[in-house]
Design a protein around this ligand. Structure first.
Ligand SMILES: Nc1ncnc2c1ncn2[C@@H]1O[C@H](COP(=O)(O)OP(=O)(O)OP(=O)(O)O)[C@@H](O)[C@H]1O
Length: 369
């Protein structure tokens, strides 16, 4: 275990009854003081991981560590972990002050200590002056902040947030994303945030775990995951992608769409079947002569910052383009891209194999320098 690790999972599985396991051997490490996000489609096991950390469920096999100690069977109230739930789970009959004070009263702290701690927590979430308000007189965003104040007043080492923004409208949601991120940095405690919204994950996190069907498909910084998705699932789930089949010719040369292209992905063998990813924003509209691909424009939508243009090549593959330039529907155009824009994925590669390949690639580069 690395220094600075606060939580780690070692081959953790979770199975309910005779059903398919909900978690299938999940291992990861969480460092102190960072913002982590579990990202994945509905049912992939995100909430289950939070429940295991919080102590609301026990793993079927494997070990969960908190501060270096196995906590598989430690009761929830003995873990320095707090949870903010999607529906906030506030007490409707208690006012704001009493909601935040609840946990402290259970701990039987002195009255003046409780008042001081609640005031600090409310000031942290900018709700000073709202102490006597009833919960049903607060907006969605304010309730959210009460729920956070209630969680941080206990000074947990880890805060678990289960889709806390999903009930908010888009504008408030974006505002709360900033607030949460800023709050995490000011508090310096570890946040583990669950969402199925990839934009939210990319915007807020230091580190993301992309999950699918009870497994972690890929983990990394938002940039790593966006720029180097290891497989089709991750590429599809994170942002929009053009994915086409291809064949490696040699290092730095790949063939797709009947042509050979220079690319920067190495460590793949000649004749190996691969999948090519090119992000829509990496494609530029050009003349037919300058273009590396020849396509016909099928439809175009104005998205405010860019046009979203759907095109088809001669073999019937769709190419999605995000361009600040407008195209003419029905016309033939060229699409240009830099070699760096081509990302090559190997079929069935695990995260470990992928990391090894990139590491070796890094060594090759530094060797050449
Ligand atoms: N107590 C339980 N008994 C049986 N099955 C359960 C139980 N809790 C969760 N599951 C199942 O485990 C799987 C994973 O659920 P989980 O809530 O962890 O997913 P999730 O990724 O958080 O999904 P969502 O985004 O929809 O909340 C689901 O198929 C769910 O039906």
């Amino acid at each position: 275990m690395q220094e600075g690790t606060i939580i780690s999972f070692e081959e953790v599985t979770k199975q309910y009854d005779d059903e398919d396991p909900v978690l299938k051997g999940v291992s990861f490490e969480i460092e102190r003081g960072k913002f982590y996000t579990l990202l994945g489609p509905s049912g992939c096991g995100k909430t289950t991981i939070l429940r295991l950390i919080a102590g609301f469920a026990e793993p079927t096999s494997g070990s969960i560590y908190l501060n270096g100690k196995v906590i598989n069977h430690i009761p929830a109230n003995e873990r320095q972990v707090n949870t903010v739930f999607q529906d906030y789970a506030l007490f409707p009959h208690l006012n704001v002050f009493e909601n935040v004070a609840f946990g402290l009263r259970i701990k039987k702290l002195k009255k003046d200590v409780i008042t001081k701690k609640v005031q600090e927590a409310l000031s942290f979430v900018n709700l000073v002056g709202y102490e006597q308000r009833a919960i049903n007189e607060m907006s969605g965003g304010q309730r959210q902040r009460v729920a956070i104040a209630r969680a941080i007043v206990n000074e947990p080492q880890v805060l678990l947030l289960d889709e806390p923004l999903s009930a908010l409208d888009l504008k408030l949601r974006t505002e709360m994303q900033y607030i949460l991120r800023e709050m995490q940095q000011r508090l310096g405690i570890t946040f583990i945030f669950v969402t199925h919204d990839q934009e939210e994950a990319l915007a807020m996190s230091d580190w993301i775990f992309v999950m699918n069907k009870g497994k972690i498909e890929q983990s990394g910084t938002p940039n790593d995951i966006y720029d180097e998705p290891i497989n089709r699932f991750v590429a599809d789930f994170i942002g929009e992608s053009n994915i086409v089949p291809g064949v490696m010719i040699e290092d730095y040369l790949v063939e797709f769409n009947g042509r050979r292209f220079e690319c920067f992905d190495a460590g793949l063998k000649p004749n190996e079947s691969v999948e090519i990813v090119i992000r829509p924003e990496d494609l530029e509209i050009s003349t037919l002569e300058q273009g590396k691909l020849r396509v016909r424009v099928d439809s175009q939508l104005f998205r405010g910052v860019h046009y979203e243009i759907s095109c088809y090549d001669e073999s019937g593959h769709e190419w999605l383009v995000h361009s600040t330039r407008k195209a003419t529907v029905g016309s033939e155009i060229g699409l240009y891209f830099d070699p760096e824009a081509i990302h090559v994925m190997r079929f069935g590669e695990t995260e470990e194999e992928f990391d090894k390949r990139l590491e070796a690639y890094g060594e090759v580069e530094s060797h050449e320098e």
